[in-house]
Design a protein around this ligand. Structure first.
Ligand code: ATP
Ligand code: MG
Length: 392
């Protein structure tokens, strides 16, 4: 079976010093995993670039889509391989341009030559000129435009061969998944937490999730929405384990025994405690939330101090300083936004106080909480967890 070549470039991984071989190895594993669904797919590093070969009958968009979703990948280019002979390069480049003309009706082009292999007799600017001349001879409808060409063709002559490519499709960059520990995301059905999970995973952190519901006050459909969100994330990260906990028994205790305006904060403190206990049990090093400074009453600086103080584990809040509009853009980019805006209830909105405290005092909150048997409630909640595995 004939194969098509894709050149995959890494971003930050290339900047690593001593640890570069380690990051390269993991990135190669991740790319191989992403393409293992294709028979005979291959990926390997050659001089700082990853060469991926996939059977030619697989649509290009599909292969690119899989590669750009691997964290650590900066860009991908479908490429044509040529022998290191300027006439052969020109012939193949012209053939490629004929195909592009037929598909897109382009009129102008430019060839950029690159010569990593200095033993190749033709220098970079001359590569561009000579290949350009052959293309002009073959493709009569084309003319050269050096400033704003319809097609910019790159010819890259390297040690092991010459490569012709047109586009660089951007990846998300970041670091390969699994190179930076494991974290537990507190996952709601909202816009923020999926983005928070994505951002940490993009820096190499493996992700596990915990979701709280208040069934039957919240519906099965609301939980399905969260599962759909995690499924989108799994498209980037592989199968994700999600712990599901019914918070209703705790919420009822809070509503019966504590001041109404503190309800949300007290609930959030329980969420953090339960999440930490489950995280420790499952060897997660950190908690992750989608909190954003000042976004709602429970996310003022004072409120964050109050929620943070119940856990020992570091709490990562990757969105803390972002504006909501930027978080929404990011959610659209990663594909979670349309699911997040579906109108299903969250456990946080079930017993929403009319006037939540915005500048809570820790001592007062602790006093209110003294009416509850905190540890017993947390233990019971942890014991009642259900675990589901969500596949891409
Ligand atoms: P999001 O858009 O992520 O729902 P939000 O702006 O609605 O965030 P809150 O509801 O106050 O904010 O929640 C803040 C954070 O607490 C969320 O980003 C999430 O990490 C966590 N959280 C909220 N509700 C839940 C839930 N039902 N289960 C698990 N974690 C939750
Ligand atoms: Mg929410």
């Amino acid at each position: 079976m004939e194969k098509k070549l894709y050149i995959v470039r890494c971003g930050e991984v290339a900047l690593k010093g001593m640890n570069k071989p380690y990051f390269e190895r993991i990135l190669l594993e991740r790319v191989r995993k992403a393409i293992e669904c294709y028979e005979d797919a291959e990926a390997r590093w050659i001089d700082g670039l990853m060469f991926v070969r996939i059977p030619a009958d697989i649509p290009e968009d599909e292969v690119i889509g899989r590669c750009v979703r691997v964290f650590g990948v900066a860009s991908v280019s479908p490429a044509i391989e040529a022998p290191k002979d300027i006439n052969e390069i020109g012939r193949l480049a012209a053939e490629y341009m004929l195909q592009i003309i037929e598909e897109e009706g382009v009129k102008t082009f430019k060839v950029k030559g690159k010569r990593a292999d200095k033993s190749f007799a033709v220098q970079s600017p001359e590569i561009g000129k000579q290949v350009g001349a052959i293309i002009l001879k073959t493709c009569k409808v084309l003319s050269v435009d050096v400033h704003d060409p319809d097609v910019l063709l790159t010819v890259d002559v390297r040690r092991e061969g010459a490569y012709i490519f047109r586009d660089k499709i951007k990846g998300f960059g970041g670091l390969p998944l699994g190179t930076n520990g494991k974290g537990m995301i507190l996952m709601s059905g909202g816009i923020d937490s999926p983005v928070a999970a994505f951002m940490m995973a993009k820096r190499g952190m493996s992700i596990e999730a915990v979701h709280f519901h208040s069934y039957p006050y919240t519906s099965q459909r609301a939980q399905k929405k969260v599962e759909d969100l995690v499924k989108v994330l799994a498209g980037y990260m592989g199968t994700i384990r999600m712990h599901v906990v019914n918070l209703l028994p705790i919420q009822e205790q809070i509503v019966q025994n504590c001041p109404e305006d503190e309800t949300t904060l007290l609930v959030r403190r329980f969420m953090m405690r339960i999440a930490e206990q489950i995280a420790v049990k499952n060897h997660n090093m950190m908690l992750i939330t989608g909190e954003d400074l000042g976004q709602v009453a429970s996310q003022t600086a004072e409120a964050l101090v109050v929620t943070d103080s119940v856990v020992k584990m570091p709490v990562m809040r990757p969105l803390i300083a972002m504006d909501k509009v930027d978080i929404m853009d990011k959610a659209r980019e990663i594909g979670t936004y349309d699911i997040s805006i579906q109108p299903y209830e969250d456990c946080c909105t079930v017993f929403l106080p009319k006037h939540p405290v915005t500048k809570p005092k820790l001592a007062r909150i602790e006093k209110s909480e003294a009416a509850l048997d905190v540890q017993a409630l947390v233990d019971a909640a942890v014991a009642s967890e259900e675990i589901i595995e969500i596949r891409p």
